[in-house]
Design a protein around this ligand. Structure first.
Ligand SMILES: Nc1ncnc2c1ncn2[C@@H]1O[C@H](COP(=O)(O)OP(=O)(O)O)[C@@H](O)[C@H]1O
Ligand SMILES: [Mg+2]
Length: 135
């Protein structure tokens, strides 16, 4: 079995919450546990906020695909913005963050720690984040 839902949201305040509502309904329908659903929601919020805050997308939209299979849930967050080089993003370190005025920069790490896999595909035409949670 493989089914998918695709939709597009405008880059607007709180739209990440609409995205997580859809994803959590799907995850509930798949009978994933509450902990996994919470992890998916948090990772998805981070991915959406990154697209909202950093993509500079001219169309001001973010494209979501939620794929369900028997053994996993895959979520793709795609923007057609400026893109970035993930290998250039500095790994956050808690000891340094505590001393630094810049407390941001945890999003990618949070996503990677909450999901079973996170693949980032990014270039000048935009960014595609593929996140997977196994059942
Ligand atoms: N969709 C995106 N488009 C462009 N740049 C991005 C995107 N997602 C992440 N980035 C880049 O990766 C960096 C790290 O993201 P993150 O770990 O979430 O930290 P933060 O959002 O707090 O800066 C961002 O500062 C940004 O430069
Ligand atoms: Mg972020």
């Amino acid at each position: 079995m493989e089914e998918e839902i695709t939709f597009t949201v405008p880059i607007r305040p709180d739209m990440e919450l609409e995205v997580t509502r859809v994803a959590s309904s799907v995850a509930e329908a798949m009978r994933l546990g509450k902990d996994k659903i919470d992890e998916i929601k948090l990772a998805l919020i981070e991915a959406c906020l990154n697209a909202f805050e950093h993509s500079k997308s001219k169309e001001k939209k973010v494209h979501i695909k939620i794929k369900m299979t028997d053994d996993r849930l895959e979520i793709i967050v795609r923007d057609y913005g400026v893109g970035f080089d993930p290998s250039k993003v500095k790994e956050p370190k808690i000891e340094e963050k505590l001393k630094s005025p810049r407390k941001r920069g945890w999003g990618l790490k949070i996503m990677r720690s909450l999901m079973d896999s996170v693949v980032i595909n990014s270039h000048k035409g935009g960014t595609k984040i593929i996140m997977t949670k196994r059942r």
